[in-house]
Ligand binder design. Structure first.
Ligand SMILES: Nc1ncnc2c1ncn2[C@@H]1O[C@H](COP(=O)(O)OP(=O)(O)OP(=O)(O)O)[C@@H](O)[C@H]1O
Length: 467
């Protein structure tokens, strides 16, 4: 049945005033009329559209999907997102039954919401960025330590450790800026805290901030604070920065190599003039703090590469302490091993001991992560060891793989006859085997001797067998 469609020109004029599209089709989906906005939305003239079926128009990619078809299928009002010429449209189709006419019409109202969608996407992105900043700040705050607790006792007895202790003693009596250098995990923060505790500032706060853990955009306000109304979204009361929080005490700027370049002049002002200006502030404020900076970056190379200001580097480097890596403090490895073994035995209610072979491997390892890595490995060993005797098999593979001299845990002390030397090797082998295998029969098997030969040697060397 052919539809003759008549729309009063006054209504046509009214619909043409609208910024939204109006599209009318009959019960078969044939386009009958559309307003000017609708022709623009579809990107074709009224002549090209009127008389064609919406399925055909959909096939010609004029819009997708056809809301008219959905309304005709569902026989109810439908709101549906539609795309036409890369624009996002919200189309609402109504099924119309006109009195005294036996045919039905579909009227579709089409709103272009491309900009709304874009801004809401931008808003979503902005919200995601804020969420990420908040999370980073939360993590950073956990890196920000303000403590009056006594500092942790420094472990070590070797010569290099002693040299660090001597230097610490001397730099704690003066108030000059100090730069602590050393690889990650060597103990730079703990050295800084110990220096603060020995200094005249000990009764005042020790505040630590990790420059790499705080987003660059937030670091300035974390350090120097801001005045009320300094920027949109700022806390209306303003905010105290860490320089103020550390008043009278020490501020440790950890990972100073990650201090953004544009913030470096402000730190220079703090070091040179002992003043700083909070964000939104109009005058400089006095700072009463000692600054200790720490880094595992090579600042002199960063200066050469223009990543770090030369004047700031010299200001920071008035006094410096180099904390040596653990691999250069072999004498201290054992002390750390015993310390963390005791600590984690108590913590996890275990009684772990380790064989000499294991100790030897630990002693031999390079420790790229230094004391922090050693501590983590000891904790893991105590937790995961199958029995109370920690064996080579319990060690992470990387430690065993890099072991330079497997089985050579033995060394000759002083002048020894060959017999003494061999007896020492034998005694060590018997002790290791019993520690490793738990029973005298298994230990004897492993050494390729009978159980009675094994027991003869146990008595000869007075080795105590645990019950
Ligand atoms: N001499 C030491 N005595 C006791 N504990 C130590 C010693 N040296 C390091 N540690 C421990 O090793 C871990 C790492 O130390 P710290 O955080 O001070 O290292 P860092 O050099 O500041 O590391 P990063 O460069 O990654 O910040 C801490 O748990 C610390 O207590």
């Amino acid at each position: 049945m052919n539809t003759t469609f008549y729309l009063d020109p006054r209504f046509q004029q009214m619909f043409n005033c609208l910024d939204d599209g109006i599209f009318i089709a009959d019960h078969s989906g044939k386009a009958l009329w559309l307003n000017e906005t609708s022709t623009k939305q579809i990107g074709a003239s009224a002549e090209q559209i009127i008389g064609r079926n919406v399925t055909e128009l959909e096939g010609m990619k004029m819009f997708t999907p056809s809301v008219t078809n959905i309304v005709l299928q569902k026989r109810e009002t439908v709101s549906q997102m539609q795309t036409s010429r890369n624009r996002q449209l919200l189309a609402t189709g109504y099924l119309l039954k006109i009195e005294d006419e036996d045919i039905e019409y579909v009227l579709v109202h089409v709103k272009d919401i491309t900009e709304t969608v874009r801004s809401s996407l931008k808003l979503e992105k902005a919200e995601a960025v804020i969420k990420q900043y908040v999370e980073e700040l939360r993590q950073a705050k956990s890196q920000r330590i303000e403590t009056n607790e006594k500092s942790q006792q420094l472990i070590g007895k070797g010569k290099k450790h002693q040299e660090v202790l001597d230097l610490m003693e001397r730099v704690s009596t003066v108030d000059a800026t100090l730069l602590i250098l050393g690889e990650t995990g060597v103990g730079k923060s703990i050295v800084a805290k110990n220096i603060h505790d020995k200094s005249e500032r000990a009764r005042h706060p020790f505040v630590q901030i990790n420059c790499s853990a705080i987003p660059a955009s937030l670091l300035e306000s974390e350090l120097f604070g801001y005045k009320k109304g300094a920027f949109t979204g700022a806390d209306h009361k303003g905010k105290t920065g860490m320089v103020q929080e550390a008043k009278g005490g020490t501020l440790l700027l950890d990972e100073i190599g990650d201090l953004p370049f544009d913030l470096q002049p402000k730190l220079l002002q703090l070091l040179q003039e002992k003043t700083y200006t909070p964000i939104g502030g109009t005058k400089a404020e006095q700072a009463d703090i000692r600054i200790i900076a720490a880094t595992n970056s090579d600042l002199s190379t960063m200066v050469a590469d223009k990543q770090f200001r030369e004047d700031l580097y010299y200001r920071l480097n008035v006094l410096s302490i180099q904390v040596p890596p653990l691999r250069e403090r072999e004498e201290d490895i054992q002390s750390f091993v015993h310390h963390y073994m005791d600590h984690y035995n108590t913590k996890y209610k275990r009684n772990c001991v380790m064989t000499n072979e294991v100790l030897d491997i630990l002693q031999d390892y390079e420790w790229p992560g230094n004391v922090r890595e050693l501590e983590n490995i000891m904790e893991r060993l105590v937790i995961t060891a199958k029995s109370d005797v920690i064996l080579k098999e319990d060690l992470p593979e990387k430690l065993v793989m890099t072991h330079k001299k497997p089985g050579s845990s033995f060394s000759i002390h002083g002048a020894q006859s060959l017999t003494e030397h061999l007896e020492n090797v034998e005694k060590e082998a018997i002790t290791e085997a019993i520690n490793e295998y738990g029973s005298t029969r298994k230990a004897a098997d492993a050494l390729g001797i009978t159980q009675s030969a094994f027991m003869r040697r146990v008595r000869k060397y007075e080795i105590t067998l645990s019950k």
